[in-house]
Design a protein around this ligand. Structure first.
Ligand SMILES: [Zn+2]
Ligand SMILES: [Zn+2]
Length: 237
């Protein structure tokens, strides 16, 4: 299974558009989040030779502009595509998806969108004091379990524990995406890094809203098993 990094704030080279947010293609047909902007995302589709008609579903981690920004341009060209959301995303977002022709699917519990590809369903979280539900994407492959997060507003460890409960016997291979740890001090971050180690998570790729100092603490602990996530990369799992 191949994962292509379609959007993030750093690229492998200058051909790729970069900006705030994240977007990852799973195989050829499932998109996780859409970054801040449709034009940027479409440029990266082109650079990766991705055919829009191959897309079958879009999973939106949470209702923040830097994760939904590219969705609207995709919906213009792919009416009827499935958009996996959480029930408590804003009514505004849900209306907009329906009006743009997306097939909105709202799930509050763990769900297999196809064989070996799952979404966690709505996990309660907060952002700036307001309720901010979020879901993560989970893939089971030969190497083990891979988890991709948007911003991890519910807390990265809480998300991991939810997945762990579903797959207690599986090896956890890779966790990457936004961990939202900016503002956490060294000690707090090290506790989180230790939780990753206790769960035997083999590789990590903290990026997006994780925070540079916090990323550095993961890099220190994970050494060669730390992945610096850049637009243009293909990750084999
Ligand atoms: Zn974000
Ligand atoms: Zn966010």
């Amino acid at each position: 299974m191949k994962l292509k990094i379609l959007f993030n704030s750093e690229g492998l080279n200058e051909d790729f558009s970069i900006g705030w947010g994240i977007s990852v293609l799973i195989g050829q047909h499932i998109l996780f989040d859409t970054g801040e902007n449709g034009d940027y995302l479409f440029n990266n589709f082109k650079k990766f030779n991705i055919t829009l008609s191959d897309l079958e579903a879009i999973v939106i981690s949470h209702d923040h502009w830097d994760h939904t920004g590219g969705l609207w341009k995709i919906l213009q060209e792919r009416k009827g595509i499935k958009v996996y959301a959480c029930p408590q995303f804003s009514p505004n977002f849900k209306e907009k998806v329906k009006n743009a022709g997306g097939k909105l699917i709202e799930l509050d519990s763990f769900y297999g969108i196809e064989e070996n590809i799952f979404i966690t369903g709505e996990i309660p979280g907060t952002y700036n004091g307001s309720y901010m539900p979020e879901q993560a994407l989970v893939i089971k492959s030969e190497k083990g379990i891979t988890i991709i997060t948007g911003c991890a507003h519910p807390g990265i460890v809480k998300i991991l524990k939810k997945v762990w409960e579903k797959f207690p016997e599986e090896k956890f291979y890779l966790v990457f995406g936004g961990f939202h740890l900016a503002g956490k001090d060294k000690r707090e971050t090290e506790i989180i890094v230790n939780s990753f180690k206790e769960m035997n998570i083999e590789k990590v790729g903290p990026t997006h809203c994780t925070g540079k100092e916090q990323e550095a603490l993961f890099a220190k602990a994970y050494k060669d098993n730390y992945i610096s996530i850049k637009v243009g990369q293909t990750i084999e799992i």
